[in-house]
Write a protein that binds this ligand. Structure first.
Ligand code: NIG
Ligand code: FE
Length: 388
């Protein structure tokens, strides 16, 4: 097995609290050793052990690869017109999902797979080394299973979201659609997925329907996560906590009881500022969640409707500027927070035993990700011990 020393790192973000430099576990003048796919050693440059080869970071900062725990990449078409209309004052109502459903159903497997690969590569160039993605633009047994099969060819973090909206064919029979999602569609989809999700929202699925979807998914061995409290107050967050979901995503409209429930649970609050940016909606109150003690993750929500960005650095910058997170908090949430939202301990941190996923920044510190918004600072990415 070859060992590689990565050295000359000005600031290393480890997310390893044993360094006693705060939650980010910062090390200045750092180095690390990679063996095969894994981190074997982390420390100060002067303490580095001998290795077979060396890689000079040339004074750049290094952070764990971003963990984007929420995206919707299996789609076809785009919704430029809808975005334009919104930017001229129209409100976002999630009804545009139907436009993408029609385009996705009409697309070939190859077209859908090429799209996933393209946005995954775009995300990787910006430092994302783990990316969750979902179905939800098929809404038939065939199209949902196909979406998940294609997603599973590109990532291990695959989520069944047959309950994105009620399929157009069931507009007059939402109960019939929930039966399909919890029955035949679930049977066809479960083999490809790790997670089950539901859009719990007015105009999508109410609390009882969402509970039925998540409970059925759990019975099939899928772990729950929830699109909760995005457009309005509602039961999504409480349901997520009650069912021990890994994550409640969006969390834009929260009561004090919702914040308390999250703070006293293992359910991560995943905030998706790209969606608020692109729908001109109010920002989620990250400060309130953090001050209450909730675990917060940041993700892109990359999808052609409400948030067409694959950029975790962009989300970090928004979270700092508009959601009142400190740069340290935002970078933790975009790495370790995402790992927590996926219940993973092998990613989102740089410590012995973790997967060697690194993002090199053309900057002396991680703070520049927020300080220099819009600048492509990620200059090199390693995934599972290999330069990507
Ligand atoms: O997470 N909220 C529901 N689903 C997506 C939006 C999907 C769309 O508009 O196409 C979201 O924002
Ligand atoms: Fe989403």
């Amino acid at each position: 097995m070859t060992s590689t020393l990565v050295h000359n790192i000005t600031t290393l973000v480890t997310n390893d609290p044993t360094w006693e430099t705060g939650p980010l576990g910062l090390i200045q003048n750092a180095a690390l050793v990679i063996e095969d796919q894994t981190i074997a050693w982390v420390g100060r440059s002067q303490d580095a052990p001998p290795t077979d080869t060396a890689h000079d970071a040339h004074g750049r900062a290094v952070i764990p690869g971003f963990v984007d725990s929420h995206s919707h990449l299996v789609f076809a078409g785009d919704r430029t017109q809808e975005f334009n209309a919104r930017m001229s004052g129209q409100a976002y109502a999630a009804g545009g999902i139907r436009t993408t459903v029609a385009a996705t159903r009409a697309a070939s497997d190859e077209e859908l797979g090429d799209n996933v690969a393209r946005y995954l590569a775009e995300a990787l160039r910006q430092g994302t080394t783990t990316l969750e993605t979902k179905s939800g633009y098929g809404l038939t047994v065939h199209d949902e299973a196909r979406a998940l099969r294609i997603a599973a060819e590109h990532t291990d973090e695959v989520t069944y979201l047959g309950a994105h909206i009620v399929a157009p064919e069931y507009a007059d029979d939402p109960a019939g659609y929930v039966d399909l999602v919890t029955g035949e569609m679930l049977d066809a989809c479960a083999p490809y997925a790790r997670w089950v999700d539901v859009f719990c929202e007015k105009g999508a699925f109410d609390g009882d329907q969402a509970r039925a979807v998540l409970t059925a998914g759990k019975a099939k061995g899928l772990m729950p996560r929830v699109h909760a409290n995005q457009l309005t107050y509602g039961p999504g967050v409480q349901l997520a906590v009650e069912l021990e979901a890994a994550s409640a995503d969006h969390c834009t409209h929260l009561t004090d009881a919702d914040v308390d429930a999250l703070a006293n649970s293992r359910t991560v609050a995943t905030l998706l500022p790209g969606a608020e940016f692109s729908t001109r909606a109010q920002w989620p109150d990250a400060r309130r969640l953090l001050d209450a003690g909730a675990t917060v993750a940041l993700s892109t929500d990359c999808n052609p409707g409400s948030s067409f960005t694959s950029s975790m650095p962009f989300c970090v910058a928004l979270a700092v500027r508009d959601m009142k997170m400190t740069p340290d908090e935002a970078i933790w949430s975009a790495t370790a927070g995402g790992a927590a939202a996926l219940r993973r301990t092998d990613i989102g941190r740089l410590a012995p035993g973790a997967r060697a996923d690194l993002a090199f920044l053309d900057a002396p510190s991680h703070v520049h990700l927020a300080y220099r918004p819009g600048v492509p600072l990620v200059s090199e990415v390693w995934r599972a011990g290999r330069r990507a």
